[in-house]
Design a binder for this molecule. Structure first.
Ligand SMILES: NC(=O)C1=CN([C@@H]2O[C@H](COP(=O)(O)OP(=O)(O)OC[C@H]3O[C@@H](n4cnc5c(N)ncnc54)[C@H](OP(=O)(O)O)[C@@H]3O)[C@@H](O)[C@H]2O)C=CC1
Ligand SMILES: [Cu+2]
Length: 470
């Protein structure tokens, strides 16, 4: 019984049209096979398992049948192959039963480049008469059992037969997944690599974060703790835990936030320099632009650490001890602590800017969540991520400038080779803000708008084409 996939009746049991619709077949009664079977059953499909040992394959979801591979293949027009690639050999002998049927390959490999060709292409070669579709391999057996969760809602599929893909897509949709068609079976290798990727778009931002953290921690350790020990013999190693950490976190956060906006301004200047937007950016800039969201989210994580570490300052033994000692010494010397209005302004201002910057930063983080950004129009998203983003950078940068303002004015208070960390961290954000200001100069802004709207193409034919379109 070999039918064309387009004639397949794959509707679930509860569809009134057919009281006894054709079952779906699953080869393999392992974790994936069982989970898929259970999910299909819950969605109203009839399920038949094909197994090497139909009489002793352990408990299966109630309501399913189990039989030999060949009998199971005969009873269905769509077969899920939930067997590891090493065992595909038995399918060759089933070629007559699988002819003209849809064969879904769900397999993955433990490593990349293990085989010269993708599993699904290998399967197609073994059973040339079947319509192989690669699908469901990016889901775990666990996800199938528990139903689609927010981030795990997508089923990628590819295959050479449009009808076969359509049949699989219908099933995936009924199971509650969104289907993403990745084209012909030659894309199978790419789909099989998906589950092996470990946060690919986070790799560069994470390296930047670790590199900056290590550099600034070592730098401040040398400048503050080791320097104090060598110069004055003071042991202030306790500062490693909170003081140093609470210098490194804001520094890394600010630099990473600036690095998130720097590629955008570089791209704008490149377009201005080239006078066109129709030329590709260099690869390094493309890669950098693509990981801006991750840079921003890591910067936000460091900002959170800075906030928590700052909130515990009053509870620190070192701080309480210093305050008490100071008060006692003033009493002993019969002195009062004069109120400095400038100091109060500085203190309040940098705290206020810090709070405003952090508040906007959290807003940026929230709007980068897919569920929130999907609810925004492109213009709204752009307004938050670009305009409010630069405002956040501005607040955070000036929070840092105000924090060290009296030291900026007295460079003699530190030797040149031990610049405070906050001075080093201000270089990148200041550059970004100055470049952004330059881009806002009216004539520069006008030129950039012309380039971005594609008006730089002076070709007459194109101009007339454009005037027809607008
Ligand atoms: N587990 C998971 O979360 C996921 C698994 N996958 C893919 O699904 C496939 C199955 O994985 P999983 O269920 O975890 O593996 P299991 O080892 O749990 O199950 C594999 C099944 O294959 C059958 N089998 C084993 N050896 C042979 C053989 N020599 N010839 C024929 N059939 C054999 C067995 O069924 P029987 O004894 O009934 O014949 C066995 O239960 C793999 O390709 C995997 O990459 C994909 C995504 C997620
Ligand atoms: Cu701060």
């Amino acid at each position: 019984m070999s039918k064309n996939p387009e004639s397949v009746s794959l509707c679930p049991l509860n569809s009134a049209a057919d009281p006894e619709p054709e079952p779906l077949c699953i080869f393999g009664t392992g974790d994936m096979g069982r989970s898929l079977g259970q999910r299909l059953l819950q969605s109203g499909y009839r399920v038949v398992f094909g197994s090497r040992t139909p009489h002793s394959c352990g408990p299966l979801p109630p309501g399913t049948q189990v039989m030999s591979h060949s009998a199971a293949a005969q009873s269905a027009t769509l077969v899920f192959n939930c067997v590891h690639r090493e065992h595909y050999g038995f399918l060759e002998t089933l070629a007559p039963q699988l002819k003209g049927k849809v064969l879904v390959d769900v397999s993955n490999n433990p490593k990349r480049n293990l085989y010269p060709e993708a599993n699904a292409e290998h399967l197609q070669r073994l059973v040339p008469g079947a319509h192989v579709v690669k699908a469901f391999n990016t889901l775990s057996a666990w996800t199938l059992q528990n139903g689609p969760a927010d981030a795990n809602r997508q089923v990628y599929l590819c295959g050479n037969s449009a009808e076969a893909k359509q049949a699989v897509a219908e099933i995936a949709t009924k199971l509650g997944f969104t289907v993403l068609d990745r084209g012909s079976l030659s894309a199978a290798g790419e789909l099989e690599d998906f589950p092996l990727q470990l946060f690919p778009e986070w790799r560069l931002p994470l390296r930047v974060a670790v590199g900056l953290t290590a550099f600034f921690y070592l730098y401040l350790l040398t400048r503050i703790v080791i320097y104090a020990y060598v110069q004055k013999g003071d042991d202030i190693s306790f500062r490693l835990m909170v003081s140093l950490a609470n210098k490194v976190f804001p520094i890394v956060s600010l630099i990473m936030l600036a690095l998130c906006y720097l590629p955008g301004v570089i791209a704008a200047f490149l377009q201005l320099y080239r006078g066109t937007k129709y030329r590709r950016f260099p690869d390094w800039l493309d890669r950098w632009m693509l990981c801006r969201k991750q840079l921003g989210l890591l910067a936000l994580a460091f900002a959170f650490l800075h906030v928590f570490y700052t909130l515990i300052i009053p509870q620190r033994y070192y701080v309480r001890n210093k305050l008490t000692a100071n008060a006692i010494s003033l009493i002993r010397e019969n002195k009062t602590s004069p109120f400095e209005s400038t100091m109060a302004w500085r203190n309040d201002s940098y705290l206020a800017l810090g709070i405003l910057g952090f508040g906007l930063f959290v807003l940026l983080g929230i709007t980068s969540l897919p569920s929130v950004s999907n609810a925004l129009s492109w213009r709204e998203f752009n307004f938050v991520q670009s305009k409010l983003g630069y405002l956040t950078l501005f607040f955070c940068t000036f929070h840092t400038y105000l924090y060290g303002w009296n030291k900026f004015l007295r460079p003699s208070s530190y030797p040149w080779y031990t610049l405070p960390g906050y001075m080093l961290c201000l270089i990148v954000p200041t550059v970004v803000l100055v470049l952004k200001l330059l881009l806002l100069v009216p004539c520069v802004d006008r030129s950039l708008t012309r380039i971005r709207r594609g008006w730089d193409r002076t070709d007459k034919a194109e101009d007339s084409e454009k005037s027809l379109l607008t």
